[in-house]
Design a protein around this ligand. Structure first.
Ligand code: BGP
Length: 476
């Protein structure tokens, strides 16, 4: 017998400013690092950008009306830092703030709770140019001042705040694999920038608690729990190393304010230790800097085996082509490398489909950290086809989400506290490195890689299915 979903469970969907808004240089908005990055010639990913995206900036009322029709209880979106502070700090762009006022009011008028992500990767380019963005200590007061502005302006209407979206992704892709701006490949700089992000995150949560704003605040972590391929003890150690380096390194800091000892040792051996001062430690361990919930973005699990130090598999890029089977193993020589898992199917982008992995992620967060979880992203990126009079028969997405919702219910039955589920995504939107062909939404948006068309919206079959799920509080 499965436990029911809580009565006030936040059924919703999610998005991010750069991926939906468009209006990239309208109404006083400054440029973000992504506005610039997509213009660098010769990037390996699709030559698409968020200049127009799905034009949510102009169509937010239509989008909120669709959310209301789907019956969403919550909607997670991000605020574009350069839209409200065009140069990252100092002068405020009142028109930018006014846009988010309108959006929040529209949501509330439709009984949809706004969940606001403070940072979803669109750093003001001015801060990157001025002092190197996340690598500098200056980012800590600047990010804190930006968050303080949002708390003051919207804190009367917003109860759930997400500080940083997927710090583990924007830092490793930005500084280790060069798939995101600022496209650096340097392990030492990776962990230095990551340390600054940890401090910025702690500083904002501390401020939020000090000032006594209503509601809660936490980061969203991209968690892909690790399995060992088999019971070979060396593969089990490899899985533990992967879990330390890919998960505990971040989660321990959020929950406890300290780095795992195994990671500190590894950094010391490799010459990768960030500059950690006594004041840094005090901030990280401040009880006021503890998150109120853990945001969880879950897409897939990782399976690993041991990886030789000499001649081992290193970093490789992901499948961004949507051609199934084109991804390669990647890893850290001497520690672990990824492997196919014979029990799982993959998406066209080679992401493992593993609903049990979501249950696993939830159980691990509960048993190790004992924090409530807000599932801030989960969904299936797929090719969709618009047919007939504007229909999309995305049975595969329904099957995917159904299995994941069941896994959440099993985790709740196990004893995990889950407060909400915002799927990725509500409308189709820009996938950072995969373009517009990889679709996640309940609502199809008519545009392809290069052609904005009319940007008409069409609810997919999954839209009506999710409407029934919400109405019945999770019964399917
Ligand atoms: C997460 C991001 C989202 C979204 C999602 C899907 O990492 O927080 O912004 O993009 O992944 O990923 P992708 O677009 O690469 O398929």
């Amino acid at each position: 017998q499965l436990a029911p979903f809580p009565q006030d469970f936040l059924w919703g969907s999610a998005s991010a400013a750069y991926q939906i808004e468009g209006a990239y240089q309208e109404a006083g908005k400054g440029q973000s690092v992504w506005d610039q990055f997509v213009r660098i010639p010769g990037k390996t990913f699709k030559a698409t950008n968020g200049d127009v995206a799905v034009d949510h900036y102009h169509r937010y009322q239509e989008d909120v009306a669709l959310m209301a029709r789907a019956g969403l209880k919550a909607y997670r979106f991000s605020i574009s830092w350069p839209r409200v502070l065009p140069t990252g700090r100092g002068t405020v762009n009142e028109e930018g703030l006014a846009f988010y006022d309108r959006l929040i009011d529209e949501l509330i008028a439709n009984q949809i709770e706004p969940i606001v992500t403070i940072y979803h990767w669109d750093l003001p380019q001015a801060l990157q140019d001025e002092y190197g963005g996340w690598e500098s200590r200056q980012i800590i007061p600047d990010f804190t001042a930006y968050a303080a502005l949002l708390f003051e302006r919207f804190g009367d209407r917003v109860r759930h705040w997400v500080t940083l979206n997927e710090q583990n992704i924007f830092i490793t892709h930005g500084y280790l694999t060069a798939e995101h701006p600022p496209a650096v490949m340097d392990a030492k700089r990776t962990y230095q920038a990551n340390h600054m992000a940890n401090l910025a995150n702690a500083s904002v949560i501390k401020l939020f608690h000090e000032k006594g704003y209503q509601g809660g605040n936490g980061p969203s972590f991209a968690y892909s729990p690790t399995y060992a391929l088999d019971a070979d003890p060396v593969n089990q150690i490899a899985a533990d190393d992967a879990e330390q380096l890919n998960a505990n390194l971040w989660l321990d800091i959020y929950a406890w304010g300290r780095y795992p000892k195994l990671i500190l040792n590894y950094w010391a051996r490799e010459g990768l230790l960030p500059d950690i001062t006594a004041a840094d430690q005090a901030l990280l361990q401040d009880p006021l800097a503890r998150p109120d919930f853990m945001g969880l973005n879950y897409y897939q699990t990782t399976t690993v085996t041991a990886n030789p130090l000499v001649g081992g598999v290193g970093l490789t890029k992901q499948n961004t082509s949507g051609k199934k089977g084109t991804s390669q193993a990647s890893g850290v020589p001497g520690l672990f490398k990824t492997s196919d898992n014979p029990y799982m199917q993959q998406t066209d982008w080679d992401w493992n489909i593993d609903p049990e992995g979501l249950r696993m992620a939830l159980r691990r967060i509960e048993s190790r950290y004992n924090l409530p979880v807000l599932i801030t992203e989960n969904g299936l990126g797929a090719y969709d086809r618009l047919e007939g009079a504007g229909e999309v028969h995305d049975e595969y997405r329904i099957v995917f989400l159904k299995a994941h919702i069941q896994a959440i219910q099993e985790a709740i039955t196990d004893g995990v506290t889950v407060i909400g589920y915002t799927t990725w995504s509500f409308t189709d939107l820009l996938s950072w490195t995969n373009g517009y062909q990889k679709r996640y939404g309940f609502v199809y948006v008519d545009r392809d890689e290069t052609d904005e068309k009319e940007l008409n919206r069409y609810p997919k079959d999954s839209f009506y299915w999710y409407q029934r799920v919400i109405r019945s509080n999770g019964q399917q």
